[in-house]
Design a protein around this ligand. Structure first.
Ligand code: NAI
Length: 272
């Protein structure tokens, strides 16, 4: 059911790769809620062609942009403002990639060129999105910027490798830029810390399936789906959350506040 939460709002949605992507669900729901927006992804991701289906369903234009390139991001904002007829009200950063994780490199055996890429793509790109928006005055007063993150920023998950460091930086940027953009233009900046979700990025992590099941058993509400995540993100784009900024908001079925669940204790009960 749609509530018209984003009626009259304009936005930019990054990171929709295929129908499992969190950003894909955000786009479909943002359309349902009355928003108009542009879609963006890395030029290399466009070659898969899947995003064209989403663009058609959302009546949205696609603007390729490598999130590590300031020039591409400038073009993204300029074209978006042109297409949408003015500044935007919301921006979704749903971008992450670690070559070290992809190649299964342990945390004690990182390739430092890969490490730089992980940080550039998954964290510094968020600063680039924000700084470029500020310089171009591309976001309306009381606009909302959201990035997706994972709890490995606060607690160690051995399989998350250098992505944990990138996510910690991403969340710090949300605080630092949230302060700055709040003072300047009342623009709010938050991160949503999502449950493990079966997507391309999630599936690239070794041992993901076992961990997915573990988190499912640990969380009183179970793992939060990509659809539910999209619903939450829409509330942050809406006017109902105007005073929420600089926050890292857990959207994880209660996982982050659970010490241990009864199901997991039962599973490891020693034989009597
Ligand atoms: P996904 O693989 O569908 O999305 C990741 C996106 O990042 C892809 O669309 C990819 O093309 C894009 N990307 C990679 N390099 C890029 C670049 N240089 N420039 C522009 N775009 C680039 O996977 P998912 O899960 O939807 O990921 C979205 C966000 O959610 C990521 O930040 C991820 O870390 C985060 N997240 C995912 C979780 C999961 O378990 N899947 C859990 C918590 C957070």
């Amino acid at each position: 059911m749609a509530y018209g939460l984003l009626k009259g709002k304009k936005g930019i949605i990054s990171g929709a790769l295929d129908e499992n992507s969190i950003a894909w669900k955000v786009a479909l729901k943002a359309k349902e809620e009355g928003a108009i927006f542009t879609l963006t992804n890395a030029p290399i991701a466009m070659r898969m062609g899947e995003i064209n289906k989403l663009a058609e369903a959302c009546e949205a234009e696609i603007i390729p942009a490598d999130a590590t390139s300031v020039e591409d991001i400038e073009n993204l904002y300029a074209k978006s403002m042109d297409i949408l007829g003015g500044k935007v009200d919301f921006v979704l950063h749903s971008i992450g990639m670690s070559p070290n994780v992809r190649k299964g490199r342990a945390y004690g055996d990182l390739n430092y060129d890969f490490y730089k890429q992980s940080v550039d793509i998954s964290a510094m790109s968020f600063h680039k999105f924000l700084q470029t928006a500020e310089k171009m005055n591309a976001i309306n007063e009381w606009g909302s910027v959201v990035a997706l993150t994972y709890m490995a920023a606060q607690r160690t998950f051995s399989f998350y490798s250098d992505m944990a460091d990138a996510k910690a930086m991403l969340e710090s940027i949300a605080r630092s830029y949230g302060y700055r953009y709040g003072k300047l233009k009342n623009v709010r900046v938050n991160t949503v810390s999502q449950s493990p979700t079966k997507t391309r990025a999630g599936g690239g992590i070794a041992g993901f399936d076992s961990f997915y099941e573990f988190a499912e058993k640990m969380s009183p509400l179970g793992n939060a789906s990509a659809d539910a995540c999209a619903d939450y993100v829409l509330t942050l784009f809406s006017d109902l959350t105007k005073m929420v900024t600089m926050q890292n908001l857990f959207h994880d079925g209660g996982y982050s506040m659970t010490g241990v669940s009864a199901e997991l204790l039962e599973m490891i009960k020693p034989a009597e």
